[in-house]
Design a protein around this ligand. Sequence first.
Ligand code: IMP
Length: 424
Amino acid sequence: MAVDLLLGLQWGDEGKGKIVDVLTQGYDVIARFQGGPNAGHTLEFDGIKHVLHTIPSGIFHKNAQNVVGNGVVIDPVVFQKEIEKLAPFHLDLTKILFISRKAHLILPTHRLLDAASEAAKGKAKIGSTLKGIGPTYMDKTGRNGMRVGDLEFDNWKEKYRALAEKHQAMIGFYNVELEYDLKELENEFFKAVEALKKLPFIDSEQFMHEAQKSGKKILAEGAQGSLLDIDFGTYPYVTSSNTTAAGACTGLGVSPKSIGKVLGIFKAYTTRVGSGPFPTELFDEDGATMGRVGREFGATTGRPRRCGWLDLVALKYAIQVNGVTELIMMKADVLSGFDTIKVCHAYQYRGTEITHFPYTLEDDAVTPMYTSFKGWNQDLTGMTQEGDLPQELLAYVHYLEKELEVPITMVSVGPDRTQTIVRG
Ligand code: IMP
């Protein structure tokens, strides 16, 4: 069986949690393949709003198996809190949540290193979520990391100690003021490790192989977005993993040959949280309206998201890098009430009009060029089928499909599971 992918095509926060939740009915296995608790996947159903950070978004569908793959980095402390928040749902997690032994662990000192590194950068800071993501992936690629599988060996605390001591020396190197009580952080960590150990540890590449062989339908759920990819994003203002399609192969151990549909998800406008270039960012009332109506605050950090018009240059690039086969447009309802809706179709880049994504998006090098569309006023949130949608929105959708050369198969008109229009 093929492995389908669901990927964010912008700077994250496209609404992947909601769509995985909508799609899970059709899948037997939902797998996370990269990132960690920097992600915040929001699900809304039956009047409940729930945010997941490391746990895959299939967790509320009792028949689905959820896999945290080898490409993910896990903070046992955040993970334990996530598990506790699931208590009211009475799920037997030992039967539906599987953790790769090869996933790397975020230590308390990784978080401290993240904070020290950002503080030392001053104005050039990345705007990291400070969850320890960068330092943990640095230890992974530097071949110093601690993995979930290490916890099955008696000497894991010795490994932990050696790594934590190295980190403390590194924190000293940054020469910044950090207040922390390491003993307290460690006690919390050790307790959380015991909670993590109650879940089944797996070799995710074997698990995925067996799942495929036995005909299970598998969905790999991306975190963050393509423009935050460590290789193809707006470096250095990116996260530390491959958020694009290829990351699913390395982050789960599935072969490129087995990738099926690539579902690309984007908002009808654009948002970004943290630092870094954002050509279509709005600093006016329109941007403020998008933020207010779209409730654009980070699900993990609560930071307000920067808002702007849709950027087709960036979106085409993401579609190309990922090989997207279907598009899903989110938050169309947030654009209701705008007289004019704009889409960036090209950049003025150092005096020339370009439609490809350039090496750098430094703010002074790129000026967006816009096509304008008439807006609509209707409230979309109660609409259930394509025929209900205003003509102006359909004109917008048709224009995007023509430009992007990929069908838009779903349009989301509100945060709830049920507010999703599947197009014929
Ligand atoms: P880090 O991955 O926490 O180090 O953050 C690096 C950059 O990616 C920062 O600009 C973050 O705001 C951004 N980022 C990380 N995770 C997410 C996410 O899930 N949604 C949106 N932005 C994210």
